[in-house]
Design a protein around this ligand. Structure first.
Ligand SMILES: Nc1ncnc2c1ncn2[C@@H]1O[C@H](COP(=O)(O)OP(=O)(O)OP(=O)(O)O)[C@@H](O)[C@H]1O
Ligand SMILES: [Mg+2]
Length: 369
């Protein structure tokens, strides 16, 4: 490698990619395949603009021949051994990674279901409280109080009662909004209509919904459409996708560039074609702001994890986004961040959302994120 970066992946038995290594300039790879002419067991993907010096097998062996005839056999033996060791090592790693991914999915799912279940249960008593409070505010209106009260003291008590009931009602509205958000954590409660749309146009529209707010907080929103002419159609749930984009933009506004300082936001959509997978769209939402501390990064998709409770954060935005992307949209989502440099969320969405998806396999965190 002369310049750039290459990420090497292998597939696990679920067909999911796992990053095995990342190479920098000066490194070399693929030498085992040159030596023993066996197919490569992993795939290299260029993740930054790179210059590679590529050597074919004949030239490589020619060089070795001239260096020493025995070298070839020696290296072939060596490579078989290394390959064998590598296979065992990677199998173990894949197994571990799979278990971890499955445990994470289970954890997300059980928390989400619990929260959605509680929200559902609370809805009824809350409705009753709401009715009772509105009964009071309707009966004891400021206008009616003088007629109802026998004396000044009774009038003061009735006024306080009216104010208290109004306070209850206002907070029930807030509780109702929270309950709606909680319910969104469970896919069973999320409904939407499947449509065929131009994916680039949809992204532009979704980001467009935030433009007014962005002006106030001086966010510079840029949508980069790298989809090209063909294969731009998405058969999915525009409402869910829009919700995810809005949740991400709200976070950038609130956390990446706090206090209305403003900054750049890039939303890039592109095709992702892999010979082993159905064609997908890749969406990257990135900011160049404050970033997320390393210790927080593994928790940001958890329901109720927030660093902004004091400024009105509930910790549901990313949990809902994760839920919508991985369940309703059958895709993957991952996050990368460097404190002080910014944050990047990468989503991969199949071009057609299936009506009845195959039994959900654990989706490993794909790399590069
Ligand atoms: N772009 C970002 N830059 C820096 N920190 C971020 C960014 N996006 C998310 N975070 C961090 O991740 C946490 C979780 O985000 P999430 O959207 O789930 O919750 P929230 O925004 O705090 O609350 P809610 O979305 O429910 O209003 C945030 O509290 C914040 O610490
Ligand atoms: Mg949020």
């Amino acid at each position: 490698m002369l310049s750039g970066a290459v990420s090497v992946h292998s597939l696990d038995d679920q067909g999911e990619e796992v990053e095995l290594a990342r190479f920098q300039p000066g490194a070399f790879f693929g030498e085992l395949a040159l030596i023993d002419a066996e197919p490569r067991s992993a795939t290299g993907v260029v993740v930054e603009d790179s210059d590679l010096f590529r050597l074919d097998r004949a030239a490589f062996l020619g060089l070795l021949d001239r260096a020493h005839p025995m070298l070839k056999d020696l290296l072939a033996g060596l490579s078989a051994k290394i390959r064998n060791n590598n296979v065992q090592y990677f199998e173990l790693r894949l197994q571990k990674e799979r278990l971890r991914a499955q445990a994470e999915i289970d954890r997300h799912r059980s928390i989400s279901q619990m929260v959605a279940g509680v929200a559902h249960e609370i809805n009824t008593p809350l409705g009753i409280v709401n009715n009772a409070a509105s009964l009071i505010t309707e009966m004891i209106t400021p206008k009616a109080i003088p007629a109802l009260a026998k004396d000044a003291r009774a009038e003061a008590v009735l006024t306080d009662l009216h104010d208290a009931a109004t306070l209850i009602q206002n907070n029930i509205v807030r509780a109702g909004q929270l309950i709606e958000a909680f319910k969104n954590l469970s896919v069973r409660n999320v409904t939407g209509r499947k449509e065929q749309v131009d994916f680039g146009g949809l992204t532009e529209e979704a980001v467009g919904l935030y433009r007014l707010k962005a002006q106030q907080s001086r966010l510079r929103l840029e949508v980069i459409d790298e989809l090209g002419e063909a294969g731009r159609t998405w058969e999915g749930f525009p409402g869910h996708y829009t919700q995810v984009i809005l949740n991400l933009l709200t976070n950038i506004d609130r956390y990446a560039y706090p206090d209305g300082q403003g900054g750049a936001v890039k939303v890039t959509v592109a095709q992702e074609n892999s010979p082993r997978k159905a064609p997908r769209f890749r969406v990257v939402v990135e900011d160049f702001g404050r970033g997320i501390p390393e210790k927080d990064l593994p928790k940001v998709f958890d329901a109720f994890f927030t660093t902004g409770r004091a400024i009105g954060g509930t910790g549901l935005g990313l949990a809902i986004a994760h839920n919508l992307v991985t369940s309703a949209l059958q895709g993957t989502i991952c996050i990368a961040s460097e404190p002080g440099e910014g944050t990047r969320v990468v989503m991969r969405l199949p071009k057609i959302v299936e009506d009845e998806p195959a039994e959900e396999a654990p989706r490993l965190n794909e790399r590069p994120c």
